[in-house]
Write a protein that binds this ligand. Structure first.
Ligand code: ACM
Length: 509
């Protein structure tokens, strides 16, 4: 039996503990709730809460174990000590993996099959940021799909869901002060067919062929609460990204005064980098800080991602208000102009006491101290950002961009490019291994990215996510890629994904 991610230490003992029809549990908070729900669904086991002396499963907190760490001691009974509440949740995920794979499914299971092998496991993560980025802007993902993704993440002890909520093609975040962001910016008239490059003049909406089927949607405040509450139950932080000052065409369609050009009619129907960016002005900075305040209210305590990637500056040189701002601040080019914007935006989030994150382009012009840099382009930027004193999150395209195909087979669904195989993904840890130890200390961890240009449904997202995501989870938890280098290595674990109904990419398809 393999457990994934692999625990730090495992001592197998003889025998197994059978789970009774009514399981008495002491303590455990959310972790006990997750255990109760899963056992109830797959087997009808009912949990009753009991005193420690009476219970078959006992949870306690031992802060000396450290953040997210746990000790799972299965002997006469099951004893879980955890460094914190998250650690208890990960212990439950390990406990479920000690049971047959069907425990992850809808059931029904025979009670007799639910026997936990006697074992002593001591475990804890190598990195504190173990994430998955879901682009719900290019294709909207209904709440149910997001909840399913959270469940799959928890099975892998992944603890950050980065939600890319806004982009040129759609705006998904409700903002009370600007209702048109979702009403107008949430819908586009169609989606480009296949791989058409954007036309030279950048106005793809008018000339590129699209499918003519309106696409869109947005989350309500209640939807966001549902997502955040489910994530919280599982020990996952949801990090909203509001991408700015580029990737803003949907917002500009809703409020044309935000733009540095005058002809955005609707959210973008094709992909690629848009030239239609926010104008540089006090008014657009005010707009952005209002949106960020709303995001901070809807995602209590979470880090906030402010984008910053792929912002062409061509329109700033022709737009009157942007040119005036550039003159006033002495900006001579795109990066120096963007640096002014980033200073204002990042400082706003930092002043609210939150972690602020931006893509690595912001290093070109500079960004306030305390900003966390998410590196996606050249992996050298990890060392560069760390040398400048920034915390860093690794999202290198060559290992973690899952919008690329998993396989090179002709039957593989349309992808942005590829393939990016399980083997290539399993090289992520080499990026960390290559760092000087003092710089490595600034690396919080990493994440894989599910950009959704070609991921139209939750099932398609799953196909692109797994099992490559299993490899990333292993590397971020353990620091190495042992046991995840090939699909054969993952045989045991994939039975769990199958039982959970996850549409993972079968390599023999
Ligand atoms: C990115 O891929 N533009 C972050």
């Amino acid at each position: 039996m393999t457990i994934l991610p692999t625990p730090l230490t495992i001592e197998w003992r003889d025998g197994a503990v059978p789970l009774p029809r009514v399981l008495r549990v002491c303590g455990g908070g959310n972790a006990a709730r997750v255990l109760t729900q899963r056992l109830g669904i797959c087997s009808g086991i009912r949990v009753e809460y009991a005193e420690a002396s009476e219970a078959e499963v006992v949870f306690d907190i031992d802060a000396t174990l450290g953040a997210e760490a746990y000790r799972l001691d299965v002997d006469r009974r099951i004893h879980i000590s955890a460094g914190d509440e998250r650690g208890a949740g990960w212990a439950v995920q390990t406990l479920l993996q000690l049971l047959p794979p069907e425990v992850h499914g809808p059931g029904p299971m025979e009670l007799e099959s639910l026997r936990v092998p006697r074992v002593l496991i001591a475990d804890g993560p190598r990195f504190s940021w173990r994430g998955s980025m879901l682009d719900v802007a290019r294709h909207f993902m209904p709440v149910e799909g997001v909840l399913r993704h959270l469940d799959a993440m928890a099975m892998h002890k992944l603890n950050v869901l980065h939600l890319h909520l806004t982009d040129d093609q759609g705006w998904r975040l409700p903002v009370a002060a600007y209702p048109l962001l979702t009403e107008v910016g949430g819908w586009r008239p169609g989606t480009v067919l296949g791989h058409q490059p954007p036309p030279d003049d950048n106005d793809c909406d008018d000339v590129a062929e699209h499918d003519g089927r309106p696409h869109g949607g947005s989350y309500t405040v209640e939807d966001i609460h549902t997502i955040v509450a489910h994530a919280d139950l599982l020990g996952i932080t949801v990090v909203p990204e509001i991408d700015m000052p580029g990737h803003m065409e949907a917002a500009i369609a809703a409020y044309p005064w935000l733009g540095a050009c005058d002809h955005v009619q609707h959210p973008r129907t094709c992909f690629g980098v848009s030239e239609h960016v926010l104008a540089l002005s006090e008014r657009t900075v005010d707009f952005c800080t209002t949106v960020l305040d709303q995001a901070m209210e809807l995602f209590p305590g979470s880090p906030i991602h402010v984008g910053g990637d792929e912002c062409p500056s061509r329109e700033w040189l022709t737009d009157e208000s942007s040119r005036a701002t550039m003159e006033a601040i002495g900006a001579v080019d795109g990066p120096s102009a963007q640096a002014w914007f980033e200073r204002r935006i990042c400082q706003h989030v930092l002043d609210a006491g939150r972690r602020v994150i931006a893509w690595d382009e912001v290093l070109d012009g500079g960004v306030p101290e305390g900003t966390t840099v998410m590196v996606w382009r050249e992996t050298d930027a990890i060392a560069r950002a760390a040398t400048l004193g920034h915390d860093v999150i690794a999202a290198p395209a060559e290992h973690t961009y899952f919008d690329y195909a998993q396989l090179s087979t002709p039957e593989h669904p349309l992808a942005i490019g590829g393939p990016r195989t399980l083997e290539e993904v399993s090289g992520l840890h080499t990026v960390f291994d290559a760092l000087d130890p003092t710089l490595a200390e600034r690396v919080l961890g990493g994440q894989f990215q599910l950009w959704s240009e070609y991921l139209r449904t939750p099932e398609r997202v799953e196909f692109f996510a797994w099992p490559r995501g299993s490899s990333v989870a292993q590397q971020l938890w353990t620091g190495n890629a042992e046991g995840v280098g090939s699909v054969t290595d993952l045989t045991d674990h994939l039975q769990r994904l199958t039982a959970a109904g996850i549409n993972w990419c079968r390599h023999d398809q």
